[in-house]
Design a protein around this ligand. Structure first.
Ligand SMILES: [Fe+2]
Ligand SMILES: [Fe+2]
Length: 134
């Protein structure tokens, strides 16, 4: 299922919202390639883009955690690490049916994102805004 940006995802900070939107766009690029039955190499490279971008995004958030001495930093970094670990685990199950495999990844990431934005990213908003981000 295509992933849709929802207003509840907004943290009200432009840079972060734009990164989350871009990440959703990359998820949909992969999703659309799956529904168009693109080949393994193309799916793999779209998946790679997604994972690399998640690192760019995590680094952005974590840079601010450090800079602003955010009190929830350790817990939040752990959540980012859990996502990496889960992706690694799923990758280890790579199977011959790439449509199912990448479809499962998109599904996992869309659920993860929905939960993470609501439960974790919203928590730093006060701190980030208090330090002048808008
Ligand atoms: Fe985030
Ligand atoms: Fe986060």
């Amino acid at each position: 299922m295509e992933v849709i940006w929802r207003d509840k995802y907004s943290v009200g900070i432009k840079e972060i919202d734009n990164q989350h939107k871009y990440f959703i766009g990359l998820m949909n690029d992969l999703y659309n390639a799956i529904t168009a039955s693109k080949g393994r190499e193309e799916l793999k490279s779209l998946f790679q883009n997604l994972i690399e971008y998640s690192e760019v995004h995590f680094a952005t958030e974590e840079k601010y955690f450090d800079e602003f001495k955010y009190e929830g930093a350790a817990e939040h970094k752990l959540k980012h690490q859990e996502m990496r670990d889960e992706i690694k685990r799923i990758k280890g199950m790579e199977n011959k049916n790439e449509i199912d495999f990448y479809g499962g990844i998109v599904f996992f990431l869309s659920q993860w994102l929905d939960d993470h934005l609501e439960k974790m990213d919203q928590k730093y908003v006060e701190c980030f805004k208090g330090h002048g981000l808008e």
